[in-house]
Write a new protein. Structure first.
Length: 407
């Protein structure tokens, strides 16, 4: 059987290996000059291959249970062993993240491509598939003004995130042409743009804090981690963790604001006591200098302004309990309106995609077109930050490649 794989990313490369192992003639079409370009960019060039805590709770879809079959067959341990057999050793980083021992994403691509070539997989780079059609029992791919015929086809084109690395909507176009439904794609793991211009003065400030998302007046999600203030709004790990909900709400034209707690390690009462005790050392310090003893110097004047303290209070020694309470409330409740995200250009992954209700979770074959398969980011599955998205790419490619090879 001749198999065409559209896309030489993480999912497509693993699928190619698995299908070729089972004797299929595999051709991989890649629009870029290089194979695995998005793999090269993951984990800041270190390639966060997977995570020790792979489970369905770290994934999002309109059909959350869809992912279970793939994860049961290709979990974290299986992933580590898979790459070890390819010749790549893995080491653990922070928060259960697993990386190549040499911390080089290029080695991951090299190992995958080497395995493919050893199995006879053919690669066609700078070969964008512009048209995918079904002609009887064959799939017709139009590439560089030439038509190629195959008995099976896997669409592993990825989503819309990172367009500078070649991402495009072709996979969605192919899916719709074949009769599939799309769940509206939107950016995920992405920075957010805030309305308040006052935070521009905080650009570059990074704190360990908590962010809460409020959509149409209803609290939706919280996350704890890095909060990075920028010229446009907010970035950092905690922001990325809640960005999916924000992005979806914005795409639906809903009002969104976030609430920041920049001192989550303290309860309100504990923080009030701390500030009261610090008044004993206020001496002749200005209010700004006094606050700098516990928060970043750029944050101090911002917090004072947001707390709406009387302008007559210039020195810390002039603070009363009423003002202390205002400061504490502000330190734990910085409210910012969200206008937008930074979009697909800055997003790490695409949420939404081909509706998985139309895909067999045991094989990733289309329920609508025989011998047509989809894997990876093109599907309506996206994961949390920390190696989960790349793991789904491997897992879906593994399952799809095996299923095609057994036909």
């Amino acid at each position: 059987m001749k198999l065409a794989i559209i896309g030489a990313g993480a999912s497509g490369l693993v699928a190619a290996i698995e299908a070729a192992k089972r004797g299929l003639h595999v051709s991989v079409f890649e629009k870029n000059t290089k194979l695995g370009r998005k793999i090269l960019a993951t984990g800041n060039g270190r390639c966060n291959i997977t995570n020790q805590t792979i489970s369905a709770e770290h994934y999002h879809s309109t059909q959350p249970r869809f992912i279970n079959a793939a994860l049961s067959r290709f979990g974290s341990a299986k992933c580590v062993n898979y790459f070890r057999e390819l010749g790549l050793e893995v080491r653990e980083g922070e928060k259960g993240r697993l990386y190549p021992m040499n911390h080089q994403s290029s080695t991951v691509v090299d190992m995958l491509v080497h395995a493919c070539r050893q199995l006879g997989v053919q690669f066609f780079t700078e070969s964008e598939v512009v048209l995918l059609e079904k002609n009887g029992e064959k799939f017709c791919l139009t590439v560089n003004n030439t038509t190629h015929l195959f008995e099976a086809c896997l669409v592993a084109t990825g989503g819309l995130a990172m367009p500078t690395l070649g991402s495009c909507e072709s996979g969605y176009v192919f899916a719709k042409k074949m009769g599939h439904t799309l769940i509206n794609p939107h950016p995920s793991l992405v920075q957010i743009v805030c309305e308040e211009k006052s935070i521009q003065a905080l650009s570059g400030v990074k704190v360990e804090g908590e962010i809460g998302v409020v959509i149409e007046g209803e609290k939706k999600k919280n996350a704890v981690g890095d909060l990075l203030f920028t010229q446009y709004g907010l970035s950092g790990s905690a922001v990325l963790d809640v960005s999916r909900e924000i992005s979806l709400a914005i795409s639906l034209k809903r009002s969104v604001y976030v609430v920041l707690d920049i001192m989550p390690q303290f309860s309100k009462e504990h923080l009030e006591n701390l500030l009261q005790k610090r008044l004993n050392f206020a001496q002749d310090k200005s209010l700004v200098l006094w606050l700098e003893g516990i928060i970043h110097k750029k944050l101090a004047p911002f917090i004072i302004q947001q707390a709406s303290l009387p302008k007559s209070i210039l020195a810390a020694s002039m603070l009363g309990m009423k003002e202390i309470k205002k400061l504490v409330y502000t330190l734990k409740h910085i409210s910012l309106h969200v206008n937008d995200t930074k979009g697909f250009g800055s997003a790490e992954v695409t949420a939404g995609g081909v509706d998985v209700r139309e895909i067999n979770p045991e094989s990733f074959e289309s329920k609508m077109v025989k011998n047509l398969y989809f894997s990876g980011e093109v599907l309506d599955v996206d994961g949390d930050c920390g190696g989960y998205n790349l793991h789904f790419a491997w897992a879906s490619g593994f399952v799809a490649g095996n299923a095609i090879g057994k036909r």
